[in-house]
Ligand binder design. Structure first.
Ligand code: TXA
Ligand code: MG
Length: 332
């Protein structure tokens, strides 16, 4: 079926208005449709190897404002800009020799770099929250790559979930949270990595701004021990808010035992209602994390809480524990 492209949705939709959310497959036709929606300042959720992102044209105030609106996200939080390769990234960020070497080694992949913003970057000020730095990443997922090339510009993309809730690793997760608020979801199946990208600050001394899908140890092998946190200019990021990634049910961490009113989310051998990885593989556990948090919430059925087995604080375990601590934090 041929659909009208540029005006296939209402460009004046507001947060109070429900819009039709299309599911697109990553065929030539689906990618062309997604790119046309993005060019008309609409929103398309798309798969990356970490989580699904909610993409909009990073040069468009209107598209970026709609991303914040669809997520219900506090407006002061800057977004990650997605580009297809290092050459494209160099149009927006200033790369010194150190940043170029890190990018050459880890891109495409689950690593975001925070770098000085180029004065001529031409991005919406909402993307960078008017900071003089930019968070930028080159995703490896073939569908993300194909979309970036079909669109031909930079995509601002936070995780495609309502602010504060569990991040999406499947197209259905995106539909569950954002149907009626975005124009389309590009369905690329389940995400391999399953937790958001690692964020490395390279404005001044290197700093780990968020543990994520690239093991911190891989960066420390090159850069030495990385301080956690960042400079005084670090924004108050949503991933740094106390309560985030929250399922509906209450969450108890480092649970060696399980109470009768709890659903057990296990790690490693032993009885559990659901298991992040029966043989204790942290990569598998990260890939399963957000899906199984949703499943546990479903089993809890509004009455039980969720008990989660201890996870070792190494490799991707650092990112898993970071997300779980926020999922368990007191809710606002
Ligand atoms: O894996 C990911 O990174 C996913 C996929 C979709 O790419 N995206 C993602 O975006 O997690 P988001 O918006 O949920 O997280 C963006 C993070 C926030 O913690 C934000 O504060 C930080 O990046 N950030 C953005 N710009 C920054 C800047 N200039 N300085 C420091 N942190 C920044
Ligand atoms: Mg997020």
């Amino acid at each position: 079926m041929v659909r009208p492209v540029a005006c296939g949705f209402n460009p004046y939709a507001t947060s109070r208005m429900m819009i039709e959310t299309e599911t697109l497959m990553p065929t030539a036709e689906g990618l062309a449709r997604a790119a046309a929606i993005l060019r008309a300042e609409g929103l398309v959720a798309f798969p990356t190897e970490t989580v699904y992102g909610l993409g909009g044209d990073a040069r468009s105030d209107r598209a970026v404002a709609r991303i914040f609106d669809a997520k219900g996200r506090p407006r002061f939080n800057p977004l990650i800009v997605h580009v297809p390769d290092l050459a494209a990234a160099q149009a927006f960020a200033q790369f010194d020799a150190r940043a170029t070497a890190i990018a050459a080694q880890f891109w495409p992949g689950p690593l975001t770099l925070v770098l000085p913003l180029r004065a001529d970057a031409g991005l919406s000020l909402y993307v960078t929250a008017e900071l003089d730095s930019i968070a930028i990443r080159v995703p490896a997922h073939p569908v993300a790559q194909a979309l970036l090339r079909a669109f031909g510009g930079p995509l601002a993309a936070p995780s495609a979930n309502p602010s504060g809730r569990v991040s999406p690793t499947r197209a259905q997760h995106v539909r569950d949270g954002l149907t009626g608020k975005i124009e389309a979801v590009l369905d690329g199946g389940a995400c391999d990595v399953g937790v958001e990208s690692t964020i490395l600050g390279l404005v001044g001394a290197p700093a780990l701004l968020r543990p994520g899908g690239l093991a911190t140890e891989a960066l420390e092998a090159l850069l030495g021990p990385l301080p956690v946190g960042g400079s005084a200019s670090k924004p108050n990021a949503p991933g740094q808010l106390a309560s985030h990634y929250a399922p509906g049910a209450a969450v108890r961490l480092n649970a060696d035992t399980t109470h009768p009113d709890e659903i057990r989310l296990g790690f490693g051998p032993g009885p559990a209602d659901l298991n992040l990885s029966a043989n204790g593989d942290l990569v598998e556990a990260a890939a399963n994390l957000f899906h199984l948090l949703r499943e546990a919430d479903r089993l809890a059925a509004g009455v039980k809480s969720i008990a989660i087995a201890p996870i070792p604080e190494i490799g991707l375990g650092r990112a898993i524990n970071d997300r779980l601590r926020r999922a368990a934090a007191p809710r606002p």
